[in-house]
Design a protein around this ligand. Structure first.
Ligand SMILES: [Fe+2]
Length: 80
């Protein structure tokens, strides 16, 4: 998931850059925070101590907040 996310985010950030998206830096920070969190879950010791639903909750919130709100703003910007 980490490698796929990194590749996807790099493509998305390049796309935003090419289209002069004004919130690129803030958006990139959110991508970086996601990768940081995924790295925590990659640590098996930490993962075993963390409640399973913590990871599911994080992924659910990411899907709802980032993809449907933050990424949608890119589409709205491009359509203007
Ligand atoms: Fe994004």
């Amino acid at each position: 998931m980490k490698e796929y996310s990194k590749e996807h985010f790099a493509d998305e950030e390049q796309f935003m850059k090419e289209n002069n998206y004004p919130d690129l830096e803030d958006h990139k920070k959110k991508h970086d925070m996601f990768i940081d969190k995924v790295c925590v879950y990659e640590d098996v010791e930490l993962l075993l101590r963390a409640p399973y639903y913590d990871m599911l909750n994080f992924l659910k919130e990411w899907m709802v907040e980032h993809i449907t709100v933050c990424d949608q703003r890119i589409a709205t910007f491009l359509n203007q």
